[in-house]
Design a protein around this ligand. Structure first.
Ligand code: BEZ
Length: 209
């Protein structure tokens, strides 16, 4: 089982954009590796369409998306036309063909009591050091909220830049939480825009980004 902070497993696999090595393809940027159960199915079509539509948002966050299922590359390529029809955007990121379930096993994407042999809706955010920073697993019948994935990317990129964390339901532009590693005077130096102290352990500052 992959845990947060682990180095994610590297792999080389056939995709809709040719053979790709994950580490090389991600380079120094961020990545999202996500699985779907099956090509030519409704929820999956809406999900992949949404990721294609959001590509400019992922680009702005220096993040590349990679999809995966146990279908073949030929199947993925045929299905790509439907994704284009539905989203109005061509399939603009690679879809891994994993018919032998090699990558699926490496990443624990098969949950047999949910779907016996198909991948469930797993999603991994991978940082530039190839460390796992977020892992979510959704059931077959529930499509994921990719706005939430963008929100988590924004939060992770903030906490890597500043000594902060982000509160419940945070979105960019809202106050963030000052790290407990700074005392009040250090916090005021680090965050000249101001520090709002609610409790000694709960201090807010305007979004520093
Ligand atoms: C779907 O995408 O709609 C779906 C795929 C596999 C199982 C259940 C639903």
């Amino acid at each position: 089982m992959l845990l947060l902070g682990d180095l994610v497993p590297d792999f080389t696999a056939e995709t809709t954009m040719g053979t790709i090595n994950l580490y090389e393809w991600l380079g120094d940027g961020w990545g999202i590796l996500f699985s779907h159960p099956k090509d030519f199915t409704p929820v999956c079509t809406t999900e992949l369409s949404e990721v294609a539509r959001l590509k400019p948002e992922f680009d702005r966050r220096d993040t590349k998306a990679v999809g995966l299922s146990v279908d073949s590359a030929e199947s993925h390529l045929q299905w790509a036309g439907d994704i284009g029809d539905f989203s109005g955007t061509e399939l603009n990121f690679p879809l891994v063909a994993d018919p032998k379930r090699e990558v699926a096993e490496l990443y624990g994407m098969i949950h047999p009591r949910e779907l016996e042999t198909l991948t469930v809706r797993s999603l991994f955010i991978i940082d530039p050091r190839k460390r796992l920073r977020l892992s979510i697993t959704y059931p077959a019948a529930v499509g994921r909220n990719f706005s939430e994935i963008l929100r988590v990317l924004d939060a992770l990129q903030r906490v890597d830049r500043f000594p902060i964390s982000t509160p419940a339901n945070w979105s960019p532009g809202q106050e963030v939480i000052v790290s407990g590693s700074l005392d009040d005077s250090e916090a005021r130096v680090s965050f000249p825009a101001g520090v709002r102290i609610v409790k000694p352990y709960l201090r807010f500052t305007p979004d520093p980004a």
